[in-house]
Design a binder for this molecule. Structure first.
Ligand code: G1P
Ligand code: ZN
Length: 543
């Protein structure tokens, strides 16, 4: 069989970040760059001979070329079969679904998530384990170690596969199944949610706008919302995936999904607005003239989970990333279930879900999901919202306001300072770390520091420890400021500042978030010296 073993040398910059390896397309286009990383993945795994690998991506620029290389490397390295999404497409949650359903050994997902795509933009690759979730740190560390010692890679050069044609083909001794990227995922959604009730909701005149942002969820949303649930044609907008996402930034937040935000304002706006990101794992939920923060969305969904058939038995527990607001903790307390606080990144939820400790998980960064797969899942969140709207027949705003009245409101916002110099950002974090002891005894006007630390997490399932996961400054009234640097960027550094304050009094639930948090936002700047050190008077993105 024409398997070539090609000599290569390490690239120093192949350390995976919060979610796989992300670099500019031009970096991935260097000879051997992708090959080295893929061979490092395979070299760090054991026992995959003859087994199944799942492969697909968000369709961004370089997706097809990467799929071709990875198929040939999988054949040369001894996989028995690859399940690849037609045209190289699989959303991140669909990839997780397919890995689990077909008991694959693992999967490779090609995506840089919400980062822009195109010849001069970003590309990414990550490995998912057999449980369907992102590789845990010990695996990503092993991949990185291999990448630093690599001397050769294996690639099959004896033929090609047509990834546009559904069905079975062969690449040397390896079987390649080109699968419908939507079918398995749509089937799973139908098991979890009350499709007849949602169909009845649409039939009653309920209107929705789903913005796929020219990214991967277009075909999924067309098939599920319009074809299976009977939403009128045109409910899904920007539904054709494009390699450069139409030149946009496929990140469903108030800044990048501004068209959707505009369409959702005004008296005759649709009842529900939603958007998803490049690879389909994020979601944003809007009501008419109303924005639901991701942290509130997690809490509301958890409180109403029993309305969906898949969760009628209740939740085992909830998990949220540390910077996510504590709204979900209040729901967990009321339900009498546990709430786990993990570091940022979906990979930390996998063990909790595998062990049956958490059913719903969420992050403030527009990520929500459950144990149906091991990734966050944008359309899943949208469908659960639809399910609860179908059951309760209220407006989104009413549902959230009632939630606040019951549990209190956690005012919450994240301020991002993008494109800072790496040294400048590292210096700011180092100095913050150095000032923790001093901070612990401080008082700032009405705010008395109760806890100041660098968040460390011990996984309750396997005991692994993750250090330096973000600086927390917690005040005696429970308000918090959290600082951390992004681990997903491809250029410079991004400082994220997360601010939260709890308001129990329903009479005070009507304030603008930035106004309600103004005192803490000022304090966040004072404590870290952001303006002084970076020269920035305002954040780049506020969510
Ligand atoms: C960001 C989000 C984080 C999310 C990750 C992948 O990571 O903050 O919650 O898990 O993207 O979608 P960061 O850039 O902050 O490291
Ligand atoms: Zn994503």
């Amino acid at each position: 069989m024409p398997i070539l073993v090609r000599p290569t040398a390490p690239f120093a910059d192949q350390k995976p970040g919060t979610s796989g390896l992300r670099k500019k397309v031009t970096v991935f286009q260097q000879p051997n760059y992708l090959e080295n990383f893929v061979q490092s993945i395979f070299d760090s795994l054991e026992g995959f001979g003859g087994q199944t690998l799942v492969l697909g991506g968000d369709g961004r620029f370089f997706n097809r070329e990467a799929v071709d290389i990875i198929l040939r490397m999988a054949a040369a390295n001894g996989f028995g079969r690859v399940l690849v999404g037609q045209r190289g497409i699989l959303s991140t949650p669909a990839a997780s679904c397919v890995i689990r359903k077909y008991r694959a050994f693992g999967g490779i997902v090609l995506s840089a998530s919400h980062n822009p795509g195109g010849p001069h933009e970003d590309f990414g690759i990550k490995y998912n384990i057999g449980a369907g979730g992102p590789a845990p740190e010990k695996v990503t560390e092993a991949i990185y170690a291999q990448s630093q010692a690599i001397g050769e890679y294996r690639i099959f050069e004896g033929g090609a596969v047509d990834i546009d044609r559904l069905g079975s083909q062969r690449l040397g001794e390896m079987a390649v199944e080109v699968i419908d990227p939507v079918a398995d995922y749509a089937g799973l959604m139908e098991e979890l949610f009350d499709f007849p009730a949602i169909r009845a909701l649409f039939a009653s005149g309920f209107r929705m706008r789903y913005d796929a942002m020219h990214a991967v969820t277009g075909p999924y949303a067309h098939a599920i919302l319009e074809d299976r649930l009977g939403a009128p044609a045109g409910t899904v907008v920007n539904g054709t995936p494009l390699p450069d996402f139409g030149g946009g930034h496929p990140d469903p937040n108030l800044v990048h999904a501004r068209d959707l935000v505009a369409a959702m304002s005004g008296a005759d706006a649709p009842d529900l607005g939603a958007a998803s990101d490049g690879d389909g794992d994020r979601n944003m939920i809007l009501g008419r003239n109303f924005y639901v923060t991701p942290s509130d969305s997690l809490a509301v969904l958890a409180a109403n989970a029993r309305l969906a058939p898949g969760y009628a038995g209740g939740l085992a527990g909830i998990a949220r990333s540390m910077p996510t607001s504590q709204a979900a903790d209040r729901v967990a307390a009321a339900l009498g279930i546990r709430c786990f606080e993990t570091p940022t990144g979906w990979k930390f939820f996998g063990n909790l879900m595998d062990a049956g400790l958490a059913t719903f998980c969420g992050e403030e960064s527009f990520g929500t999901g459950s144990n149906h797969v091991r990734e966050k899942d944008g359309l899943w969140a949208v469908l659960l919202w639809l399910n609860l709207l179908a059951a309760r027949r209220q407006q989104v705003e009413q549902i959230v306001r009632q939630h606040w009245a019951t549990y209190g409101r956690n005012y919450y916002s994240r301020h991002d300072y993008e494109a800072l110099g790496t040294a400048e950002a590292d210096g700011l974090m180092a100095d913050l770390r150095g000032s923790l002891t001093e901070l612990r005894s401080k008082r700032f006007g009405e705010y008395v520091v109760r806890l100041a630390d660098d968040f460390a997490y011990t996984d309750p399932v396997d005991g692994s420890v993750s250090m330096k996961q973000g600086i927390r400054v917690v005040f005696s009234d429970g308000s918090r400021i959290v600082y951390r640097l992004s681990g997903t960027g491809t250029e410079g550094a991004t400082l994220r500042v997360y601010v939260e304050r709890f308001e129990p009094d329903p009479a005070k639930h009507d304030q603008d978030t930035q106004v309600a948090l103004a005192g803490l936002i000022r304090l966040a700047d004072e404590i870290a010296g952001i303006a002084l050190r970076t020269g920035r008077s305002a954040p780049t993105v506020i969510t």
